[in-house]
Design a protein around this ligand. Sequence first.
Ligand code: CMC
Length: 430
Amino acid sequence: MPHTRLIATLAFSDGTPSVELPIIKGTMGPDVIDVRKLHGQTGRFTYDPGFMSTASCSSAITYIDGDKGELLYRGYPIEQLAVHADYLETCYLLLHGELPTVAQKQAFVDIVTHHTMVHEQMQMFFRGFRRDAHPMAVLTGSVGALSAFYHDSLNIHDPRHRDISATRMIAKLPTLVAMAHRYTQGLPFVYPRNDLSYSANFMHMMFSEEGKPYQVNDVLVRALDRILILHADHEQNASTSTVRLAGSSGANPFACIAAGIACLWGPAHGGANEAALNMLEAIGTPDKIPEFIRQVKDKNSGVKLMGFGHRVYKNYDPRAKLMRETCHEVLEELGLHDEPVFKLAMQLEKIALEDEYFVSRKLYPNVDFYSGIVQRALGIPTPMFTSIFAMARAVGWIAQWNEMISEPDQKIGRPRQLFMGPLPRDCATD
Ligand code: CMC
């Protein structure tokens, strides 16, 4: 913990003596008021549903400045990583705190590449799912099941075991995601290829057909790699907080990541890329955009413009800017600019960016508006989009989990509540 310099004095209007609370300065970003002793000193809790003003932990991994639209992994701007690093270098950075040297990168790529296979019995596990199951349901179950297959490295207090679990997670997630896709399509599973890069291998496992292996296209592979880099970590978002909370009880990493995947699935979080594409399909044609925008503005309709808005980024989402660039590269490469769904997306983007409702609320396209479009262009079915996000975020989750477990004073997460239910009462005795 960085050291304390300032003190906040909290005064009460009911005669309770005031208390002094330490203020902790981070290396960047807002100071935090340390309220850990508040309950002991006053018998009161703080109240912050949705964590609007609460720092749930201290972390040295990812930094976001929502007003500036800044995202840093271990101090490196996302704009630089997206251009100068690949996904596995980004993983190494998030896990180890530094970009790898050439030798370190080679060793890391080698170990990840040689752990991409999953236990053959995993296939039997998959066959227990219905073919029409949502891939995120299959992924939640299969990642949770990894702890039943790889229980030789589940001592969370052993850094070596944590390292092995991290490698397994990063290496096996693409294999499981591709298996989930092929299973729901009724297609045979495809084994990983060790001669391909991380992202090219994923495309191979997704798209290879009997007698027609996937032909690597560098523009498309790079686009997928960029999706993975941009989604690799994002500070204490809902799924990462879920992973940390699950892990705080000492649960194994596969169980914790499965919990994170379950949380990510929600449409307000990682499910937004799928929801954005479904929204475009529901709108259908450009002439329906005005009526759709009218519904979005009507608070009673419950309709939101999916892929717009963000809890933290209130000026722009720096990931969206990079993803937009990639989106146009991919549409250009595949000659898809004139496809109706992509044209509709661009028209909707333009209208929303000029509309007073969105401008006044600082609602801009987020990364998922464009990542859905890119994934659709890559040939990834819409229900798979959030699984790709999960595959990318696995490294962030495991890095954050590892950071938490390594803390000497790590405690189980146990928030309190404001109780608004009935007062004590007795059961009827007659
Ligand atoms: N469409 C229409 N109105 C919106 C939207 C939207 N997408 N997002 C926010 N608003 C309105 C909201 O109704 C509120 O209006 P008012 O002030 O009149 O009541 C105002 O903007 C402020 O919004 P908020 O609900 O206070 O914002 P929040 O920080 O609680 O919610 C959000 C953030 C991401 C959940 C929300 O913007 C949203 O649901 N967006 C659509 C889903 C989406 O794209 N999610 C992906 C986020 S990026 C990927 C990730 O990190 O998971």
